[in-house]
Design a protein around this ligand. Structure first.
Ligand code: ZN
Length: 154
């Protein structure tokens, strides 16, 4: 591994550590008009995602729950990433995020700009952890479509 790679890895771990220690938008939302529960039985991660959607835009997003560092940091970064975005863009981010973690690596120059969400790219090397990272996004998707059953990663 080159020095650049290991520096990048350290930076990524710092971002995940920071968002796990101080999760952003970590609170219930009494005036939410969408919400869904998610559960990753493999790891024990459990969370609820709350949304307030106005004119097809994610006006507000928050979450509560408990789980491993990856699942908490992923939910935290997700709520930051989707706030103020059109619902269609939030859904597109979900697909890009999922592809980043599960598809074969491609030339990153060609990929969509994932911003801070790119910190999870390294999770692909740990298949059991992919479910931790994607749980919040599956739950977001269910909240948007109004699914009644909890999102599961299995
Ligand atoms: Zn987990």
């Amino acid at each position: 591994m080159s020095n650049i790679d290991s520096n990048l890895r350290e930076l990524y771990q710092e971002v995940i550590f920071d968002h796990n220690r101080k999760p952003r938008n970590f609170h219930p939302m009494p005036d939410a008009d969408h919400h869904a529960d998610g559960h990753n039985p493999l790891c024990g991660d459990q969370l609820t995602v709350y949304l307030r959607i106005e004119n097809d835009v994610v006006a507000d997003a928050s979450f509560v729950g408990h789980g491993c560092a990856i699942s908490t940091a992923s939910a935290s970064l997700m709520t930051e990433a989707i706030k103020g975005k059109p619902v269609a863009e939030a859904e597109a981010l979900f697909h890009n995020f999922h592809a980043m973690l599960t598809d074969a690596p491609t030339d990153s120059e060609d990929g969509p700009d994932m911003g801070k969400l790119a910190v999870f790219a390294g999770v692909r090397e740990f298949p059991a952890r992919v479910k931790c990272a994607t749980l919040a996004w599956h739950t977001l998707h269910n909240a948007i479509i109004g699914a009644k059953a909890p999102a599961r990663t299995e």
